[in-house]
Design a protein around this ligand. Structure first.
Ligand SMILES: Nc1nc2c(ncn2[C@@H]2O[C@H](COP(=O)(O)OP(=O)(O)OP(=O)(O)O)[C@@H](O)[C@H]2O)c(=O)[nH]1
Ligand SMILES: [Zn+2]
Length: 352
């Protein structure tokens, strides 16, 4: 590894750095104000966790801002985690934690969908929901414009499910629409590209970067094989921006959340607010504004079905999270009481 552009100051002030790769025992970091700089290794505490300002200890992830200090041997040690402005989370497979941040402090989520084959509106809605959930700004990018006769007409249809979201129609083959996407690459901005395999995420990002920064082959089925151990996952792009490229953000198993659904389905939410009954299920109730909009053709039936599907998923995820929280709480109490009894026994029988 090469030396960093900015060495940490030695007067006890911690250096503020950004995580470009997080592994179990150590981080790769760059100065927070120079994301393109050479990466430096920073050691993690033994448990691999760092404290947030509120005291909770969590595993750091790509994009996190952390404090590092230099120890007596000159090694960099990560000591604290800054509050995450945004977080792309994935439902954790493990039983012990609720969800796992796979990227922190992402500013823009590029929702990449192809125009050929035809865009899948349900998928766009799903990815937008994940994007809103993260707290970052979603931007829809429709790729392969060169392959269809009426890209703008198709885009107009997608726009109906992408309320309040900027959209760009692009082609890396003939260069269509790349300018406005390039304009997103401003200093310090972190982007992530999500979308189905074959959507053209890598082609787009490599075109923006002017070199191959994102592998153009899909992940192996086991999720391994894309990255070598020293590969940074916060990749510098032109203009001082960075791209988050980890297997974890490629869209699998990300969690939907009710608040995010309200943003994605702002049209349905607004209609539902006008239903006569506040608990209207939009099926056969009198005075249902949602059904009325469907009947008049203002709201596609598909849109309501899609909203229902994602709402069910979000509710399911929330129930599971609650169940897991409760289990964790029970386990915690068991441990606390056991330790308490052990202490009592210890106090009651002094050893000679
Ligand atoms: N005609 C045309 N083909 C494109 C365009 N962008 C990408 N492709 C092709 O679409 C295929 C998939 O592109 P990738 O960039 O690998 O797609 P990806 O989204 O990164 O896919 P994964 O790595 O599997 O997630 C490749 O054969 C690209 O050459 C485009 O604008 N026009
Ligand atoms: Zn209703």
């Amino acid at each position: 590894m090469t030396e960093p552009a900015v060495p940490p100051v030695d007067d006890g002030t911690p250096l503020r750095v950004r995580v470009v790769r997080a592994d179990r025992g150590a981080l790769l970091v760059v100065p927070d104000d120079d994301l393109g700089a050479a990466a430096h290794r920073a050691e993690l505490p033994r448990d691999g966790l760092l404290p947030l300002p509120d005291g909770t200890r969590v595993p750091p992830t790509v994009g996190d801002v952390v404090d590092v200090e230099v120890d007596a041997t000159g090694a960099w040690r990560a000591t604290a985690l800054h509050t995450r402005r945004t977080a792309v989370v994935r439902d954790s497979a493990g039983r012990t934690s609720l969800e796992q941040a796979v990227a922190a402090n992402v500013d823009v989520v590029l929702v990449v969908e192809h125009l050929d084959p035809e865009p899948d509106l349900g998928r766009v809605e799903r990815l937008l929901t994940l994007a809103w959930r993260s707290g970052a700004r979603p931007v829809v990018v429709l790729t392969k414009a060169d392959l269809v006769p009426d890209a703008d007409g198709m885009a107009a249809e997608v726009a109906q499910v992408a309320i309040g979201v900027d959209m760009h129609v692009v082609s890396v083959v003939d260069g269509t629409g790349l300018g406005p996407v390039r304009a997103l690459l401003t200093p310090g901005v972190a982007l992530v590209a999500v979308g189905p395999s074959g959507a053209g995420k890598s082609s787009l990002v490599n075109e923006l970067a002017g070199r191959e920064v994102m592998a153009t082959h899909g992940l192996r089925a086991d999720g391994r094989g894309r990255h070598t151990t020293t590969h940074r996952q916060l990749v510098p792009l032109p203009g001082g921006a960075v791209l988050v490229d980890t297997p974890g953000v490629r869209g699998v198993g990300l969690v939907a959340a009710p608040e995010a659904l309200d943003a994605t389905f702002a049209d349905v939410t607004a209609l539902a607010a006008r239903c006569r009954f506040s608990d209207c299920a939009h099926v056969t109730e009198p005075g249902c504004a949602v059904r009325a909009a469907i009947e008049s053709g203002d709201l596609p039936e598909r849109r309501l079905a899609s909203w229902r599907k994602l709402a069910r998923e979000a509710a399911y995820a929330a129930r599971r999270a609650d169940a897991r929280l409760a289990a964790e709480e029970r386990a915690r109490w068991k441990r606390v009481t056991r330790e308490y009894h052990q202490r009592l026994r210890g106090a009651g029988s002094p050893r000679a």
